[in-house]
Design a protein around this ligand. Structure first.
Ligand code: F3S
Ligand code: F3S
Length: 105
């Protein structure tokens, strides 16, 4: 699967959503999350992110390795809805993302 890491937090450019052919990028309050079971590893999202937040799981920088688990755990409540558009913005985050200090300028 591909993973969205720390650079997305408080940025949420959303360009990635437009690229995903299976609509598996879900919106939280402060970041977006890729569904690990719904992502088909097409890789289309990765180059369009302006802050380089998206990585193939094996290519995640060590400093953001926890985001593999965070993206997965985010879906413990949602399960596998099979499409982010019908879910819409969830309004919540993984607790470790919610606890981050505000990012940005
Ligand atoms: Fe976030 Fe980049 Fe997508 S900032 S919303 S991962 S385009
Ligand atoms: Fe979608 Fe990116 Fe996976 S475009 S299928 S989330 S690699």
């Amino acid at each position: 699967t591909y993973v969205i890491a720390l650079p997305c937090v408080d940025v949420k450019d959303r360009a990635c959503i437009e690229e995903c052919p299976v609509d598996c990028i879900y919106e939280g309050e402060r970041t977006l999350y890729i569904h690990p079971d719904e992502c088909v590893d097409c890789g289309a999202c990765e180059p369009v992110c302006p802050v380089e937040a998206i990585y193939y799981e094996d290519d995640l920088p060590d400093e953001w390795a926890t985001y593999h688990r965070i993206n997965t755990e985010f879906f413990q409540e949602l399960g596998s809805p099979g499409g982010a558009a019908k879910v819409g913005p969830t309004g919540y985050d993984h607790p470790e993302v919610a606890a981050l200090p505000p990012r940005g300028d």
